[in-house]
Design a protein around this ligand. Structure first.
Ligand SMILES: NC(=O)c1ccc[n+]([C@@H]2O[C@H](COP(=O)([O-])OP(=O)(O)OC[C@H]3O[C@@H](n4cnc5c(N)ncnc54)[C@H](OP(=O)(O)O)[C@@H]3O)[C@@H](O)[C@H]2O)c1
Ligand SMILES: *[C@@H]1O[C@H](CO)[C@@H](O)[C@H](O)[C@H]1NC(C)=O
Length: 327
């Protein structure tokens, strides 16, 4: 785990990337994404920041905070329900019309639920869309802009940033006794949906998708981050979610990553040279390793130079809880 002072020192150096970084935060109205927005605004010069979500009052408050932290920042809210992929396409067209490059695509949309399959008019499960389909659609649609940022001739190679961060859970497929396997006969879980399977499929399919993109887009780097426990609004769609949050938050507090620290750590994941693109990473020697399980449940280890990383943001406290439960 990288120490918090080291992370803060790295983040404070981001001004050297120069002015005018462009970043899209999908789910930027709340939680991990919002705290990362604020850390990004605090550490960059004249950034252009797009927040995507549904809640306008939350977005207004977020934009006021960004302007307060950094008057040179240009934040904008794009309001949309992205559980429909046609809305994702529309948003991406809007961004492509305004920007000629994109330095960072940061994605956290999702919610907790106990409900079963909840089909949208497009025939996909809503939670699965937020955790997988919509995210991958954003990446695919915005890749030309990410590539443009990676090859920006006006910027020194060392100062170029072109990165995708998806915050979910790279290991959920094997946690809670999961097999770490995909059900290839029902990838979209139309017939065999369960929340466990949905978690596993969203995580693994996202890994494979990003891994494939990292190979074909060697100038952009791709990170799948596990945030550990962070006290956010994640419970809001559960029955009595607010009551649950009010009861659980103080109990879990000692085990949770404070929201501001989470923002700083995710900004590190979004910008650190520890996670170089394939091209930048080739020739770099490093001990950095990332792990995932392949479709047979076998642990696959990647290292610098592959362009795609699984990153645990900070997990010793969470592991502490689990170890205690096991005993
Ligand atoms: N917090 C944790 O401890 C934890 C642990 C493990 C994994 N994760 C994962 O990390 C991700 C982020 O979690 P978080 O705690 O930051 O959650 P959060 O505070 O609930 O934020 C989720 C964001 O997603 C947006 N969103 C949800 N549904 C949407 C929709 N239909 N259309 C557009 N935007 C939508 C929300 O915006 P609006 O409300 O404005 O629509 C909100 O900004 C989640 O995928 C979660 O599964 C979190
Ligand atoms: C929208 O955000 C505000 C401010 O964070 C919050 O008080 C309100 O409950 C949210 N509305 C919904 C529908 O989640």
């Amino acid at each position: 785990m990288v120490s918090l002072p080291a992370i803060r020192a790295h983040n404070a150096s981001l001004k050297s990337l120069g002015p005018g970084l462009v970043a899209v935060f999908v789910g930027g109205t709340s939680g991990i994404s919002l705290s990362t927005v604020l850390a990004f605004a605090r550490n960059t010069i004249s950034p252009r920041i797009y927040l995507i979500g549904r809640n306008r009052s939350a977005a207004d408050a977020a934009i006021a905070s960004v302007k307060n932290i950094n008057p040179s920042a240009e934040p904008a809210f794009l309001q949309s329900d992205i559980s429909l992929l046609k809305n994702v396409d529309r948003l991406c067209c809007g961004i492509a019309a305004k920007e000629r490059k994109l330095n960072l695509l940061f994605m956290t949309p999702g919610y907790m639920t106990l409900k079963g399959r909840d089909e949208t008019t497009e025939g996909l499960d809503r939670k699965f869309v937020l955790h997988y389909y919509a995210r991958m659609r954003f990446v695919a649609n915005l890749l030309p802009l990410l590539t443009a940022a990676a090859q920006d001739p006006s910027i020194d190679t060392k100062a170029r940033l072109s990165r995708v961060v998806s915050v979910l859970d790279p290991h959920v497929a094997v946690r809670l006794g999961g097999s770490g396997k995909l059900d290839f006969s029902d990838l979209s879980l139309k017939h065999t949906f369960s929340l466990n399977k949905c978690g596993a499929h969203a995580s693994l399919m996202g890994d494979y998708f990003l891994e494939g993109l990292a190979k074909r887009n060697p100038h952009t780097s791709f990170v799948h981050a596990y945030p550990s426990g962070v006290a956010t609004n994640l419970f809001r769609e559960l029955p009595a979610g607010r009551v649950l949050a009010a009861v659980l938050t103080p109990l879990l507090k000692p085990f949770m990553v404070p929201i501001e620290e989470s923002g700083e750590r995710h900004l590190f994941a979004a910008t650190s040279e520890k996670f170089p693109s394939k091209v930048e990473g080739e020739g770099m020697k490093g001990s950095w390793r990332s792990q995932r399980r392949d479709e047979r449940g076998v642990v696959v280890t990647g290292s610098i130079g592959m362009g795609r990383y699984s990153q645990r943001i900070r997990n010793w406290k969470v592991q502490g809880i689990r170890a205690r439960w096991r005993r």
